[in-house]
Design a protein around this ligand. Structure first.
Ligand code: DAK
Length: 256
């Protein structure tokens, strides 16, 4: 498929998806959201891809939010419908993706941009990154999962403060608060993300997809039951036979 607003490059078993609207600080318009959703579908079904890295073009922004010019004239109904559709078509899809999705945050991650990073499984930020959910300064609230995912990551009190004050925090504070997993110099960001992706790619893809599913259920009723079922499921896979055989025969497993 050809895309206008994103670029996809493949590095061994890692797909790097670059949001490519640098003149608008990679703001998410509807077309970009739809293209990202299609790309996640496409890469989820591509068995040669094990990990997806999402980043923004240029050195200034990951994504500076939803495209304000586009939603400025929405009615209540349009806003609600688009929030629903956007959450299903992209943000939930990323969270439920059977392959690990890493957000490489290379600058501003605001509003819908931070929501995109929070829907991803792992976040790595460059030292110059600035993050926040400034929607209330525009008279709206976060609409792509921000009010739900932010408190899970940083706690309710900090989320209340960050959202209501429309503040931005830097990468160090985001790391101290658990919003990002690690912080690296900007020129090391992509190498760090690819190195982690390569490490993840060496493990069992089927076990990882079962782990993602179970971890996503950690705060739901039935989370422990999900783990039990997924654990049992792993025993029926070729990867389990390969992993245990490799260990017992003192060799490295091959999960290709
Ligand atoms: N939308 C559209 N254009 C944007 C943008 C955005 N979010 N952010 C930046 N740009 C554009 C600027 O308008 C400018 O375009 P030109 O004027 O050159 O054509 C260009 O990118 C460069 O930006 P600046 O000139 O402003 O660059 P600075 O370095 O001076 O400032 C900044 C960088 C990130 C501080 C500033 O650009 C800024 O404050 N940006 C807006 C941040 C923001 O408020 N983001 C939106 C958060 S609200 C919805 C669901 C969810 C949402 C909405 C609706 N529905 C389901 C309907 C979510 C909303 C949000 O994300």
């Amino acid at each position: 498929m050809t895309y206008r607003n994103i670029k996809i490059a493949v590095d061994q078993k890692t797909a790097v998806v670059v949001i490519n609207r640098p003149k608008k600080l990679n703001a998410l318009n509807r077309e970009t959201i739809a293209e990202l959703g299609s790309a996640i579908d496409e890469l989820s079904h591509n068995s040669s891809i094990r990990v997806i890295v999402i980043t923004g073009e240029g050195d200034k922004a990951f994504v500076a939010g939803a495209d304000i010019a586009e939603f400025a004239h929405f009615s209540s109904e349009e806003g609600q419908e688009l929030a629903q559709r956007g959450q299903e078509e992209l943000f939930d899809k990323i969270e439920m993706c059977p392959k690990i999705v890493i957000a490489a945050i290379n600058g501003y991650a605001l509003g819908g941009g931070l929501e995109l990073a929070m829907a991803s499984h792992i976040r790595i930020a460059s030292e110059n990154a600035l993050m926040g959910l400034p929607e209330v300064s525009l008279g709206v609230i976060p609409g792509y999962g921000g009010t739900q995912r932010l408190p899970k990551l940083i706690g309710k009190g900090r989320a209340m403060e960050l959202i209501s004050a429309a503040s931005m925090i830097d990468a160090k504070k985001a790391c101290d608060w658990g919003l990002v997993n690690s912080v690296v110099p900007q020129d090391e960001l992509m190498d760090t993300a690819i190195k982690l992706a390569t490490k993840i790619s060496k493990n069992s893809a089927s076990a990882i997809s079962n782990a993602i599913d179970a971890i996503n259920a950690y705060d739901q009723d039935g989370g422990f039951q999900r783990e039990i079922e997924n654990f049992g499921h792993c025993f029926g896979t070729d990867d389990f036979k390969e992993g245990t055989d490799a260990f017992l025969n003192k060799r490295k497993p091959n999960f290709d």
